[in-house]
Design a protein. Sequence first.
Length: 131
Amino acid sequence: MNDKGVASDEWEVLRLKYVFSMFFVQKIIWSDDVAEPEEVAYVKEHFPSDVLAALHLTDPSIFPPLLERALSVLPSALSEDDKLQVIGLCFGAAASTGTVNPGEVAILQVAAEKLYLSNELLFEYIQELLI
């Protein structure tokens, strides 16, 4: 257990989910080379600094090895629902400006692929989010 009462394996998976999500949200935001105010607000809302501090994710130098670990651990550590939750978080960044462009969809496809989710499931989920 860590100091928050969470089992260490669960805590590590949570950290890895945050790193994975932050990486793909960043890719989505910068896909058009402009960080719109709505996108910046989305990041601040979904990745608050106090949560990042609690997860020990404030040092940028730890992100590359954690992302590598996330890519190898998360596909088998997460349930399908947890994977879709991560995709939903990434989709939220894409939709935060009111439109989703093809470059953002391509990044969502890569994220889904890295989590071993099919394109069919990805697009079914996106359709659900749009309803």
